[in-house]
Ligand binder design. Structure first.
Ligand code: FES
Length: 127
């Protein structure tokens, strides 16, 4: 069970619970909906990571990609993205967006900065 003080601290730091460790699917990323985005929660070798579902190569979904080590391999053209930095091994490809994660007990928490809560219904930033 998650300690309520730790949960409060994570909430105050902008984190939200998105899934349980038991929801993770080994080498397959686990898609979750959060703040208007689809994120992929990935169990890497060293820790749990969260990345945007959309591959920056051709804006296609990576939900059927494969997690290997601390990287995700896009299923479409097999570009490899580092889950910590988001960087692609192909120099000319933009990085995938990555998000901060924390695991408390068996819960995965993610911090998405500047997401839909700062936007109006049309996705425009509020000023
Ligand atoms: S769409 Fe992901 S590698 Fe091409």
């Amino acid at each position: 069970m998650t300690n309520s003080t730790e949960s409060t601290n994570l909430s105050e730091r902008g984190y939200s619970p998105v899934c349980e460790i038991d929801d993770l699917q080994g080498v397959m990323p686990t898609p979750v909906e959060h703040k208007g985005k689809t994120l992929l929660i990935c169990q890497g070798d060293s820790e749990v990571f969260a990345v945007d579902e959309i591959c920056p190569h051709e804006n296609r979904s990576m939900r059927y990609g494969v997690v290997r080590g601390d990287s995700i391999i896009c299923p479409h053209h097999r570009y490899i993205f580092n889950l910590e930095s988001g960087r692609c091994r192909r120099r000319r490809c933009a990085p995938v967006e990555v998000y901060d994660t924390e695991v408390r007990d068996d819960t995965v928490w993610v911090r998405v900065v500047g997401a839909s809560e700062d936007e109006d219904d049309d996705g425009h930033a509020q000023h």
